[in-house]
Design a protein around this ligand. Sequence first.
Ligand code: NAP
Length: 248
Amino acid sequence: MTSIVLITGASRGIGAATALLAARHGWDVAVNYSSNEAAAQTVVQAVQALGRRAIAVQADVADEAQVLAMFARVDQELGRITALVNNAGVVDRAQRLQDMDMARWRRMFDINVLGSFLCAREAVRRMSSTNGGAGGSIVNVSSRAACLGSANQYVDYAASKAAIDTMTLGLSQEVAAQGIRVNGVRPGLIETDIHASGGQPDRVQRLSAGVPLGRGGTAEEIAQAIYWLMSDLSSYCTGSFIDAGGGR
Ligand code: NAP
């Protein structure tokens, strides 16, 4: 049976690298994106060039109707998913908490936390052996920020990722007997567009001296950790976390 993975935020960065790695391992891939359709289509074509099926599916993970429509489309066009990677996430401008407003916090928690909850719920409903599903695997992409706190930059982002870690732990225990494993990856400073989107395009270079391994990581290095957790290679792991932060 073909393995199928839905990866949120797979048009760029860590999600795109995970899509390509999964395809290289023989998986079919649903490439979710928010607005950059051209980037999503490039990933789809790269997956197809590896001989696997792929579709690009637009959905803002913070919008319940769009998430439901995304899962319905994946069911119809690819089939029941084997794995979900909750990867879509955003940062914001560096600010102290005392200067942040509600609109910023709502966006951050809607996308990073509720988006992951919504997608996890839809995945569990499909994977659960009690619903006739074949089991499966969920990987939540958190951040080392959840442990470090991100003072003077984005305490809200760090807290949203800590919420994801707690969901990973609790959900893993809730669904283990239903054949579903739930694990997390906490990347450190990784070279992607996310830093420019928060107004700090040079963030990885600027902070890499403080990383014990002496450099930022690549999206491909994080994809390896995600792939290991989403596949049967990690069949005895649930509620586990891989810290991929170069020692930071
Ligand atoms: P990125 O390069 O900025 O890519 C973000 C991806 O998420 C894009 O595919 C984007 O789609 C999608 N996205 C954004 N908002 C979305 C929404 N509301 N609904 C659906 N998709 C949405 O980010 P990245 O660095 O690869 O980060 C991926 C994950 O790793 C995030 O959860 C991030 O917090 C986490 N992480 C990253 C780092 C790092 O240093 N890079 C470190 C720790 C954790 P469009 O292309 O359509 O905009």
